[in-house]
Design a protein around this ligand. Structure first.
Ligand SMILES: *Cc1c(COP(=O)(O)O)cnc(C)c1O
Length: 399
């Protein structure tokens, strides 16, 4: 049997069974619904995209997968060149993994080993944000700040190697003053903290973070697993403030196959590049650089650029703002909108109990959590479909 994610199996309600998916629609055994979650924010082109299907089929005719240890192949090479071209600054060095969590682990390992390779052995600490989410593996949990992991706190207590701060300039200044000589990196989900509650904050915080990281020689890591490829309204937040390491996942393959990449700048790469074999980056997931994943990613990026997705996302944001304008209810604490993300935070978790079924009956698949009802739709959604998603959210409070 399937053991489902984040789920108390004892009281799990029957999951909807997907039989087919096309465009923004999931066709389930209980009817056709718009996927307002984009399969955990990854499916940006809609389902069953004929171009990505074809790219995968073409790669399959050659081979599905070969390891990257001692081997290379065209799809991984092309994707690395494409990412280096596309990403700002000298974010040019692409290290692949099979998931976002692992790619975050790689980024944090890079940051630690960067300083160990330079014999700065006191730099063992990571600065991170309150309400951060960086994935489910152990180091990712440690830099994260997720209520779900309280059993880890119970087991090990507070981490001595991670400090969490809120997204306030005064707080980051204080943290740097206190810990700068021991920090190797500052990791953030830039502008939009996803799984921690769709929290949005201002770019000025990241600009200050960049200045402080420069001043004290600390590496700035952007975990853009969720924000990358347009979700906040810009291609990458890294286009606005340049990190030393960026992590991409989720939409990297258009939501087709689990794959992720940790891209470092030259300064980071150079700290590993010398005659000492122990200075090599000690990591290598079996399926890194999977040829099918790389082919899907290449085609996904081609479509993203060719079809003016940034324009599409701006339009989604515009429609969302227009439709949500003036909407309120006493049960709502705040409505947040940024790019292709809208979130209604309610006062009490009870206020959204039953929302998933309510939305499903109206033709929308949604996955509210804690105090949040949100939508992160595929970018190809049409105006009337988007309005249906937003109307469903509003209707819940009006029934
Ligand atoms: C989803 C997510 C991850 C983890 O990615 P997986 O592919 O699920 O391992 C890491 N960081 C952020 C910001 C995410 O949203």
């Amino acid at each position: 049997m399937i053991w489902h994610p984040y789920q108390q199996m004892k009281n799990m309600k029957e999951p909807y069974k997907v039989e087919k998916a096309e465009g923004v629609y999931l066709y389930t055994d209980k009817g056709k619904v718009i996927d307002s979650v984009s399969s955990w924010w990854s499916n940006i082109h809609g389902y069953n995209n004929s171009e990505i299907n074809e790219a995968i089929e073409n790669q399959l005719k050659k081979f599905a997968h070969v390891m990257l240890g001692g081997l290379t192949h065209e799809a991984a090479e092309k994707l690395s060149n494409k990412l280096a071209d596309m990403l700002p600054g000298d974010l040019d060095y692409c290290f692949y993994s099979d998931s976002g969590s692992v790619a975050v682990e790689v980024a944090l390992k890079m940051a630690l080993q960067y300083f160990m390779n330079k014999d700065e052995t006191q730099r063992t600490m990571v600065l991170a944000l309150k309400n951060a989410y960086h994935g489910d593996t152990f180091k990712a949990m440690e830099v994260g700040d997720d209520e779900d992991y309280h059993f880890v706190l119970k087991a090990y207590g507070e981490s001595k190697n991670v400090v969490h701060i809120p997204t306030e300039i005064g707080e980051i200044e204080k943290a740097f003053e206190k810990y700068h000589s021991r920090l190797n990196s500052f990791i953030v989900e830039p502008l939009l903290q996803g799984a921690g509650g769709m929290r949005m904050y201002d770019i000025s915080f990241l600009k200050r973070a960049r200045e402080l990281c420069d001043k004290y020689g600390v590496l700035l890591i952007f975990d853009e697993v969720a924000t990358g490829f347009g979700r906040t309204g810009v291609r990458f937040v890294a286009d606005l403030v340049l990190p030393d390491i960026i992590v991409l996942g989720k939409a990297l393959t258009g939501g087709y196959i689990g794959h992720a990449v940790t891209v470092a700048n030259k300064k980071v790469y150079d700290a590993f590049y010398d005659d000492d074999p122990n200075h090599a980056l000690m990591h290598g997931p079996t399926f890194m650089g999977n040829a099918i994943a790389c082919s899907a990613a290449l085609k996904s990026i081609e479509i993203f650029e060719r079809e003016n997705y940034i324009g599409k996302i701006k339009k989604i944001e515009e429609i969302t703002r227009r439709e949500m304008e003036g909407f309120n209810d006493e049960r709502i604490k705040e409505i947040r909108i940024m790019g292709g993300c809208v979130c209604i935070e309610v006062v009490d978790q009870k206020n959204i109990e039953g929302y998933q079924d309510f939305a499903f009956k109206r033709g929308v698949f949604s996955r509210p959590f804690l105090k949040y009802i949100y939508a992160m739709v595929p970018y190809i959604i049409e105006e009337k479909e988007l309005i249906k998603v937003l109307d469903t959210m509003k209707l819940w409070f009006q029934q």
